[in-house]
Design a protein around this ligand. Structure first.
Ligand SMILES: Cc1ncc(COP(=O)(O)O)c(C=O)c1O
Length: 396
């Protein structure tokens, strides 16, 4: 039978690797943000109050007036030399280690760094270990290359490294281990210094690469952070970073820092994604960082998020019934709630009451998380936190 426009169903032609439904998780979260009436604890978005509109406008005008063609031209795949120098200087001052020229790549956001690592390392059926729960975008990236995603639990001190060691001793052989050590998404916890040391030793012993996602690292409420995994063990770690939560996500800018051999492979992979990250964003960030403006913005952002986080915890303490538990973040955007009963049902009913939260199962690759909810305090108006949590508590 001839295919008519009415009978055509493209789904039959979709690639196998797109069939795991891996692409739906983030769309579901972003969908919740569409309704301005909702009090939204859903998206992990930076507060627009932190966006440097005036300074960005000033820099744009300067770049244009100076006839700086590099801001408007295609950039080298590895990134503009000046931007890489500014990023390397930042890593040196914040993490105590400066990547060599061939150990650093500019990416289009943190998510592209993860995509490039995934594309470079994972064949269908390869194993990647993640924290359970973990960032939805990472699960999606790994799934889209048909990897086997195995979750190891975490607790208040981050990834349970003893549980990981037991899993490895029992024979699991991952190529990659993905972790968000600082103010984790979605759990809001931070990996302890002792566990960091133990984790890099496991990577060396078992021969896997650690993918360290530092999306929230610079947003500790008190400005401090334990040593990064990459600075502890640059031989077995590739660090994926982003300026989305510290500068603004509209520029889609990030980095990957790791062993030269790995970075070369990522540069090669990038040639068949976007070929280069946007030069305009690279130049803006470079100038913004060189003038110390990023540090000023960070100081204000930390204070804002610390206030919001503290208000959230106070509201939870005041309103939640016995039997409900939550994590106490020391930075970042998130607290992770454990409720008695079906969290997805709570999230559905909360939406009916004008409050958006994300059900926990989305953050696991294996169906766990059914009694968890992620609360993001980053974008909700400070004054609405109390009323939002009161409504949620009434439902729990
Ligand atoms: C842990 C984590 N990694 C990476 C990203 C992606 O950031 P980007 O906007 O740089 O792609 C996010 C964004 O929410 C995140 O939470």
């Amino acid at each position: 039978m001839a295919v008519t426009p009415e009978s055509r169903v493209w789904e039959a032609l979709f690639a196998e690797r797109t069939r795991a439904g891996a692409g739906d998780g983030i769309a579901a979260i972003l969908g919740l943000l569409g309704d301005p009436e909702l009090i939204s604890f859903a998206g992990g978005f930076p507060d627009p109050l932190t966006f440097p509109a005036e300074r960005a406008a000033e820099l744009l005008a300067e770049l244009a007036a100076a006839g700086d063609a590099s801001a408007f031209q295609y950039a080298p795949t590895q990134g503009l030399a000046g931007t890489r120098d500014a990023l390397a200087a930042r890593l040196e001052s914040l993490q105590g280690l400066r990547p060599a020229d061939d150990e650093l790549l500019v990416t289009s956001g943190g998510i592209e760094a993860l995509e490039l690592v995934t594309k470079s390392f994972l064949d269908a059926g390869d194993t990647v270990v993640v924290e359970g729960p973990t960032y939805v975008g990472a699960i999606m990236a790994f799934r889209s290359f048909q990897a086997d995603v195995v979750a190891v639990p975490l607790d208040d001190d981050g990834l349970d490294v003893d549980a990981l060691e037991a899993t490895l001793a029992a024979g699991l052989r991952p190529k990659l281990l993905y972790t968000i050590p600082d103010h984790q998404n979605p759990a809001g916890v931070t990996l302890s210094a002792e566990r960091r040391a133990a984790l890099v030793e496991l990577a060396r012993r078992y021969g896997f690469l650690i993918v360290e996602d530092v999306a929230y690292r610079e947003l500790g409420f008190d400005g401090t952070a334990p040593a990064s995994l990459w600075s502890l063990a640059p031989d077995v770690v590739v660090q994926a970073g982003t300026t989305s939560k510290t500068f603004f996500p509209g520029v889609r800018l990030g980095w990957a820092a790791g062993p030269a051999e790995v970075v070369a492979q990522l540069v090669s992979a990038k040639q068949n994604t976007d070929q280069c990250s946007g030069a305009l964003g690279q130049r803006l960030f470079e100038e913004y960082a060189r003038r110390g403006w990023i540090d000023e913005q960070l100081e204000r952002s930390r204070a804002l998020y610390a206030r919001k986080g503290s208000r959230l915890l106070t509201a939870l303490e005041r309103t939640m019934p016995a039997g409900v538990e939550w994590t106490r973040p020391r930075g970042g955007f998130f607290s992770w709630l454990t409720v008695p009963g079906d969290a997805a049902e709570v999230a559905r009913r909360a939406a009916g009451e004008g409050v958006a939260v994300v059900p926990g199962a989305l953050f696991y690759p294996d169906g766990r998380g059914t009694s968890n909810l992620r609360l993001s305090f980053s974008m909700v108006d400070e004054e609405l936190i109390d009323v939002g949590i009161e409504r949620l508590a009434a439902l729990v």
